[in-house]
Design a protein around this ligand. Sequence first.
Ligand SMILES: [Mg+2]
Length: 165
Amino acid sequence: MGEKPMDLVEQAARTKLKERGVEISDIADLVYYLQEKYHPNLKIETCVENIERVLSKREVQNAILTGIQLDELTEKKMLDQPLQDILMKDEGLYGVDEIIALSIVNVYGSIGFTNYGFIDKQKPGILEKLNDKSSGMCHTYLDDIVGAIAAAASSRLAHRAQKLE
Ligand SMILES: [Mg+2]
């Protein structure tokens, strides 16, 4: 069976991630960070493979497009107040970004939640970059989305490894 062609929504979601400065290899580094202690011979290609599968899910593509759109509109100052300031400052009590991220984590079951919580606290690699407010960009949604994709890919990887062992 050949690969099915990528549809417009998937293409748009992947393009947006790239445009916003997130490469698959950045997310793969996060998956590696989360999983290397459990899988001593883990290869970065395995991380990439699992991310690819996560990105092929419609729920995930929708979350990416929705979150990034809100970040972009915030940068363009196109939102009404007080939401405009809340999103630009990424205010601590605003948690809708995390709810959108959970729709990604949900796809591969409950161990995704643990991974997501952990990586959201540690903020390794690309997550640290996205959280740097001095860039003038708004990544209020994107940081959670990227963390969630990594958490979901980690869960998928863990589930599959368990079946193989
Ligand atoms: Mg956030």
